[in-house]
Ligand binder design. Structure first.
Ligand SMILES: [Zn+2]
Ligand SMILES: [Zn+2]
Length: 147
């Protein structure tokens, strides 16, 4: 398990004048606790990773991002906690001046919120809970399920 180098890697601020014509690959770790994301429906407990390819045209900066975030969900059907990886791909573009420093944090936050499922399911075939006795039907059927 690798350790995060927080000082160097937290957030991604892009200095437009340091982006070469051929573009640049960047990587950053984001700490969700500093991103105002702990809303009722979005819970990230661990830092997450963002890979980006940054390129610039005349007055436009284009950032192609790949976001991978470890997440802990509670299954909407059976209420069991499970872990998963939230992935999102997006392309951000910004109107730029040569001396700008572009912070993509707000857009990253938006993408994570958009990608976050409202009704996470532990497995597609999850059978949920018995509405009568609350038995987790993934673990076996209760008397109410045997007609
Ligand atoms: Zn489930
Ligand atoms: Zn039952």
């Amino acid at each position: 398990m690798r350790t995060l180098q927080r000082q160097e890697e937290t957030a991604m601020k892009i200095h437009v004048n340091r982006i070469p014509d051929e573009g640049l690959k960047e990587h950053a770790s984001y700490d969700p606790s500093t991103m105002d994301m702990d809303r009722d429906d979005v819970h990230l407990r661990e830092p997450f990773e963002v890979d980006a390819f940054i390129s610039k045209a005349d007055k436009e900066l284009v950032v192609d991002v790949d976001i991978q975030a470890p997440v802990h969900f509670t299954c909407a059907r059976c209420l069991v906690e499970f872990t998963s990886t939230l992935s999102a791909d997006a392309i951000f573009s910004y109107a730029i001046q040569p001396t700008d420093v572009v912070d993509i944090t707000d857009d990253v936050r938006q993408e994570v919120i958009l990608a976050y499922p409202l009704m996470p399911i532990c497995q597609p075939a999850c059978r949920g809970l018995c509405t009568v006795c609350g038995q987790n039907l993934n673990e076996g059927l209760c008397a109410h399920q045997k007609e």
